[in-house]
Write a protein that binds this ligand. Structure first.
Ligand SMILES: C[S@@+](CC[C@H](N)C(=O)[O-])C[C@H]1O[C@@H](n2cnc3c(N)ncnc32)[C@H](O)[C@@H]1O
Length: 299
């Protein structure tokens, strides 16, 4: 689209939809609307009501965004943020883009935290709820829990310096003072600490499948955030094995998993480590998505 042209917003919208559809992007309409709204700052109501003319700066921006999409850079990286559980989470190179299905894990963790507070064993009542979020990435899960449980102390761990830099930005952006971020390998940075709730969305893609994912994922998102080894279960297994040492009695482990994971295998791993599998929650597409296990009371 030429910068010197007089272009109105609806024409630019159509141009963006056609361009994106031409690249084979399925959600071309939704993306085009998001580009006008969040990339150019044209409110959707104003777009349809006033159909305002675009400035040459707007046209330049639009062309720049579409060029980046042509290289299959994820739109969320280009716009710089995503909404997650009602929070604005900034993302970019070095952080996995939080997915809507991960909100299921947050919802379940919040429901369990509530039970912990009001219906748990008397020894747990009155204590500050402690939460550990492993593999925190942008910090999405940790921040959603921290904002909804202001009385909780949330610890979030990631091994990637880049991911932690995004998590820190998001902690500041969302004013979550009850979150502390630690760098390291899984439970490494928390020593002997125990938590009421442990959450994790670990890397769980089988290595051989990564190249077959859409380019937005395989070429742009950090491999370290995707790769779950040959079976996809490398981190899942380690987390289940080590979780009992870091859970309070009756504490919960909630972990996201790949659709199609053998849940019998997970139940076996849990039993072997001394956890009791409590539930498997499916996502909207019907895939098993969140694994929930509990550490039995020590008595
Ligand atoms: C699938 S992403 C999840 C990010 C975020 N929790 C979310 O749900 O959007 C997995 C994260 O695990 C981190 N990671 C990979 N290996 C790790 C390890 N050994 N210890 C801690 N974090 C690790 C990656 O850097 C990445 O941020």
């Amino acid at each position: 689209m030429k910068e010197q042209q007089t272009v109105r917003a609806l024409e630019a919208l159509k141009h963006a939809i056609d361009f994106l559809a031409g690249l084979g992007i399925e959600e071309a309409k939704e993306e085009a609307r998001a580009i006008l709204k969040d990339g150019l700052g044209i409110d959707t109501l104003v777009l349809y009501r006033d159909n305002p003319p675009l400035s040459s700066e707007d046209i330049r921006k639009l062309n720049g965004i579409l060029e980046r999409r042509k290289r299959r850079e994820p739109l969320q990286y280009i716009l710089g943020f995503v909404w997650f559980y009602g929070l604005k989470i900034r993302v970019g190179s070095g952080s996995l883009i939080p997915r809507p299905e991960t909100e299921i894990l947050v919802k379940e963790a919040l429901a369990l935290a509530d039970k912990f507070r009001t219906g748990g064993k008397s020894e747990n009542e009155g204590r500050r709820i402690s939460v550990l979020d492993l593999c925190t990435g942008s910090g999405a899960i940790a921040l959603a829990l921290a904002k909804n449980l202001p009385e909780a102390a949330v610890t979030a761990v990631d091994i990637s310096e880049d991911a932690l830099a995004w998590a820190e930005k998001n902690r500041e952006l969302n004013g979550a003072e009850n979150v502390r971020l630690l760098k390291g390998d899984l439970f490494g940075p928390v020593g002997q600490m125990r938590f009421c709730i442990i959450t994790a969305n670990p890397p769980y893609i089988k290595d051989r499948l990564i190249e077959s994912l859409e380019p937005e994922v395989s070429c742009w998102e950090p491999r370290m955030a995707l790769s779950g080894g040959e079976t996809g279960l490398a981190f899942t297994e380690d987390i289940i094995r080590e979780a009992p040492e870091h859970l309070e009695p009756e504490g919960y482990l909630l972990m996201e998993m790949a659709g199609g994971t053998d849940t019998g295998l997970l139940a076996g791993m849990a039993a072997q480590s001394g956890l009791r599998m409590e539930n498997i929650i499916k996502d909207m597409a019907g895939w098993e998505r969140v694994f929930i296990a509990r550490k039995p009371d020590s008595k």
